[in-house]
Design a protein around this ligand. Sequence first.
Ligand code: GLN
Length: 188
Amino acid sequence: MTVAVLALQGAFSEHEQALKKLDVDCFEIRQNSDLNRNFDGLILPGGESTVMGKLLHELALYEPLKQKIQEGLPVFGTCAGLILLAKEVDSGLPHFATMNISVRRNAYGRQLGSFYTEADFKGLGQIPMTFIRAPYILNVSGNTEVLATVNEHIIAAKENSQLVTAFHPELSADLRIHEYFLNMIKGR
Ligand code: GLN
């Protein structure tokens, strides 16, 4: 199994380290020619969704990646990656717009936006969760399944082969969320 990590900006290397700990091959997508390689899943890291959205277009990555996601390529978006997948974004235009979620960016405020907690994740139990200027999901529709909530806000969800978390599992030593995504790939 090979997982590609979008490496334009943000916290991509931490995802690569998590995958390496799980003995999964991974490589970085930085330019259009990287798409010639075969991969079974894609991670969209945290960072700044507006910057990543702009770079995706400039580097001619937007259309081919959107098509792969629409065709069912398993994708895992964390934080800004969640925003990239959302069909509706409270501020600014949506990006890939492949997932039936509407999100509020910087939902916890810019100053108080970073915090750590532990909360229940469906099927996994208590999971450590680090939030950094995070969004949360205002609502889900279609067959999107809510996987976790914190303070009554939805912060993790799944729709078919798309998984999103508002927190950063790659910043914790707990690998269960990455394993969850790898199981989604295996289950295809
Ligand atoms: N605030 C960022 C955005 O709106 C997301 C923050 C993050 O990915 N840690 O894109």
